[in-house]
Write a protein that binds this ligand. Structure first.
Ligand SMILES: [Zn+2]
Length: 60
């Protein structure tokens, strides 16, 4: 995924900003990493360039 996508991605739970962590790049694009929401204390993985923004499973 491109860095510009980060500007439009928000946390699916609280709609807060996401912080990119542990990024691995191929060429200039983000191939893997973690999109971390500080409000929810939850990280969404990026796998093979695709951000997985599924909210955490409800444990109840
Ligand atoms: Zn959040």
């Amino acid at each position: 995924m491109k860095d510009s996508l980060l500007e439009i991605l928000v946390c699916p739970v609280c709609h807060g900003p996401l912080e990119l962590r542990d990024v691995e790049r191929i060429d200039k694009e983000i191939n893997a990493g973690l999109l971390f929401c500080a409000r929810c204390n939850y990280g969404y993985k990026i796998v093979e360039g695709i951000p997985n923004l599924l909210p955490p499973e409800n444990k109840s």
